[in-house]
Design a protein around this ligand. Structure first.
Ligand SMILES: [Zn+2]
Length: 403
């Protein structure tokens, strides 16, 4: 912020403060950043030292990713620092003296650098992108520099496999230099027409799903092939919509087979999104008020034990509402398991069991005995709040729930 706004001096209060002795305060000045924003990145590259052993960390030089990318670009345009005419000093390795070999520059022309000051080898790609891609543990090409001339095979080891950090950095360099190949750029270059068509497709699918959910109708058909006379409610409704809207018809007609947004998995995803939003709306309406819970046994076609759970509460206008919040599978029908299932659904919705003021269970259910046990467990140790604010609402609960 200091770079864009200058601090203003606030004028000292005129009275009634007594006159203060004049003190030589330091003037309020903007703290300079590492470099001004209008500075040419190539100039920064020159300042950053050509010798890789003396360069500062890129993060300390450029505060933002955008500025770092400009500097990286300038570095990559200059290429790695490879002083081929330098007389490389000899270093004793056991009985032999060894030194950096110029042929290694030809072997790794895109990234290998040599520091004259430190007599060490570095990696340009890893230096530029180590903050993004991370660094390998104890990798000397990024830290102090590689100096073990006895083991030139370590160069290839640094390159590593396809997913090595070096190769990730190398790909990042290539993408920076060839932005047209970057997938984000390719996606953003999609024409507005394609985006609009996709939006129409998605909106149509969502509208059909909302209609079926509202009416409680099944989505799928027994035969959903193109030759079928009844492809199920969802596909038939979408077809009906297309027949009455030319734009929707043309969009679905031109969409490729793998991009029609009619797959069952997409129907489930959108349905799940609808259920999340509906539950959010119910919890928002309930607010911080107390509520009662209504539980019923609901076996599915495979005879799996399930509990259907609904909330009963009074809204702001004093109306008693019952809202279905979900079906919970229960592993067994003991009272403790049923309580754990209720607690889990409450926890997923951010509801506290301490706000529970009533319980209602199906008296004719096969699980009546277990429900009775559950009722007593839930209210074990809890006391109803003797608050007059709740009395009005508790009267409503008495109408339909056991207290
Ligand atoms: Zn590297």
């Amino acid at each position: 912020m200091h770079r864009f706004y200058k601090k203003l001096r606030t004028s000292p209060p005129s009275s009634p403060t007594p006159p203060q002795p004049i003190v030589n305060e330091p003037p309020i000045v903007d703290v300079p950043e590492s470099y001004p924003p209008d500075l040419n990145p190539e100039t920064v590259v020159d300042e950053l030292e050509a010798d890789p052993g003396l360069r500062k960390n890129l993060n300390t030089v450029a505060p933002t990713e955008k500025e770092r990318d400009r500097i990286r670009n300038a570095f990559l345009l200059k290429g790695p620092f490879q002083p081929k005419n330098h007389v490389f000093p000899l270093t004793p390795f056991g009985k032999k003296n060894r030194r950096f070999n110029t042929s290694w520059f030809n072997q790794f022309p895109t990234w290998l650098e040599y520091s004259i000051k430190k007599d060490a080898a570095f990696c340009l790609c890893c230096y530029l992108f180590k903050s993004k891609c991370g660094t390998g543990s104890n990798d000397s090409f990024v830290g102090e520099g590689f100096t073990n001339w006895k083991k030139p095979e370590r160069f290839q080891k640094h390159v590593g496999d396809h997913n090595s950090i070096h190769n990730q950095c190398q790909r990042a360099c290539e993408m920076l230099m060839n932005p047209k190949r970057h997938i984000d750029v390719l996606l953003s270059q999609q024409s507005e027409q394609v985006k609009n068509d996709y939006r129409i497709q998605l909106t149509s699918a969502i509208d059909c799903i909302r209609f079926l959910l509202l009416q409680g109708l099944a989505f799928r058909g027994h035969d959903e092939s193109k030759e079928s006379k009844n492809r199920g409610n969802f596909l038939e409704l979408l077809n009906f919509l297309s027949c009455h809207n030319e734009k929707i018809e043309s969009v679905f007609k031109n969409a490729s087979d793998n991009n029609k947004l009619t797959a069952p998995s997409i129907q489930k995803d959108i349905t799940n999104a609808c259920s999340v939003l509906t539950l959010k709306a119910i919890i928002l309406e309930l607010g911080e008020e107390p509520f009662a819970v209504l539980v019923d046994e609901a076996r599915d076609v495979s005879y799996k034990e399930q509990m259907a759970v609904a909330l009963r509460y009074v809204n702001e206008r004093g109306c008693v509402l019952e809202r279905f919040i979900g079906i919970v599978h229960v592993s067994d029908t003991t009272a403790i398991s049923l309580k754990a299932a209720i607690e889990s659904i409450f926890a997923s919705l951010g509801l506290s069991i301490s706000r529970l003021r009533g319980q209602g269970y199906d008296g004719a259910s096969n699980m009546q005995g277990q429900f009775n046990g559950l009722k007593s467990i839930i209210f074990q140790g809890q006391e109803l709040l003797a608050d007059t604010h709740f009395c009005r609402k508790i009267i409503y609960f008495w109408l339909g729930c056991d207290l």
